[in-house]
Design a protein around this ligand. Structure first.
Ligand code: 9MR
Length: 344
């Protein structure tokens, strides 16, 4: 790593010799020079970022899959294996047999792990779906405490709460059994997570929060601002960024990322996929993250198109046969060419 950084720096210095060197000297101090990485993970690392993917445990025996995973990615999210129905299928009986192989694979290959997810209206086990009120609040907090404690010290960031805001124009919370336990259920979950692993970053994660003008984006923004003002332990906001024709990438995405970051939280792109995988749009997303100092990294929601939850939209960076798509080349070039703003 040290060598790579040195090589990159000296390359940039060489490029600056000559007439422009004096004028560019100041800029050289302030920006990260161009990188020379040949994989997503290495190039992102040269910019102080991670590049991750969702991983499904049942694909870890597919060598074509793990070859790409191990070569390209530095962060892993369990696509389903850390969800509530997987980790607490019966109340009080915790099961890590689905998630542990993913965490172990990541650790033995030097990758970090995003934890996904602890409190959510979706993928609840049957026993939880039927619960309401105080019993549910207590069960939810116990779930957070148990799972975060199990993985204490092994998780880079947790999606503590997922998808708690309503779609549409209300800007308010989504109705759910968790929401009906009281509006403070989200902050209660964050406090329980902080107590169980003070070293993990704690994120709120949602979709359709990319467009700065949308009511849902503003609703989440107001919650995070309130949490920061009142000392609720939140460290980051995850933008799923499932872009498609109904919820397209928009140029104000960078404004969204930087506005949240200005609240004093990190921002992470957590589930990126783009219908049709247009190279230009992928490039813009990478450039937007690199433009925001507190954008920690990007996770795509699967490796090959055949791995995608929206496979028919071919939204990912690799073809189903494992070959690189034009979007891959665009992402790698954007990571290598990009400059980053000063962090001081
Ligand atoms: O990709 C996941 C898919 O395999 C599951 O069937 C689905 C069930 O809810 O969840 C998918 O992942 C979702 C993620 O956990 C939260 N954001 C939306 C993702 C795509 O639906």
């Amino acid at each position: 790593m040290r060598n790579t950084t040195w090589r990159a720096a000296s390359r940039a210095a060489l490029a600056l010799t000559g007439a422009g060197a004096l004028a560019a000297g100041m800029a050289m101090v302030l920006v990260t020079p161009a990188s020379a990485g040949t994989t997503l993970g290495a190039s992102a690392a040269e910019k102080g970022r991670y590049f991750g993917t969702a991983v499904a445990a049942n694909k870890l025996s597919d060598s074509a899959y793990t070859t790409i995973l191990n070569r390209e990615f530095t962060m892993v999210t369990a696509e389903n294996e850390m969800k509530i129905d997987a980790t607490e299928p019966q109340q009080g009986q915790f099961r890590y047999s689905q998630a542990d192989p993913i965490v172990n694979h990541a650790r033995t290959h030097g990758m970090q792990v995003r934890g996904h997810t602890l409190a959510w209206h979706g993928q609840q086990p049957g026993w939880m779906q039927g619960m309401e009120g105080t019993a549910l609040r207590t069960a939810m907090l116990n779930h957070v405490t148990q799972v975060v404690s199990h993985y204490r010290g092994q998780i880079y960031s947790w999606d503590v709460v997922n998808e708690a805001f309503a779609d549409g124009n209300s800007g308010g919370r989504r109705d759910s059994n968790l929401q009906r336990t009281g509006n403070d259920w989200i902050e209660a979950a964050f406090r329980a997570a902080r107590a169980a692993d003070p070293g993990a970053k704690l994120c709120y994660n949602d979709y359709n929060t990319d467009n700065w003008t949308w009511a849902k984006t503003q609703g989440v923004y107001n919650m995070v601002r309130d949490f920061k003002a009142r000392g609720v332990p939140i460290d980051c906001v995850g933008f799923q960024s499932h872009f498609n024709n109904d919820s397209p990438y928009v140029s104000n995405y960078r404004t969204t990322l930087s506005s949240f970051a200005a609240l004093g939280v990190d921002v992470q792109i957590t589930e990126l996929d783009i219908q049709g995988a247009p190279a230009n749009t992928y490039r813009s997303v990478v450039e937007d993250c690199l433009a925001v100092a507190r954008c920690n990294g990007i996770t795509v929601w699967g490796i090959r198109d055949s791995d995608s939850w929206r496979a028919s939209q071919t939204p990912l960076l690799f073809n189903s046969n494992g070959s690189k798509k034009p979007a891959y080349d665009a992402v790698l070039a954007a990571l290598n060419n990009g400059t980053t703003p000063p962090t001081t």
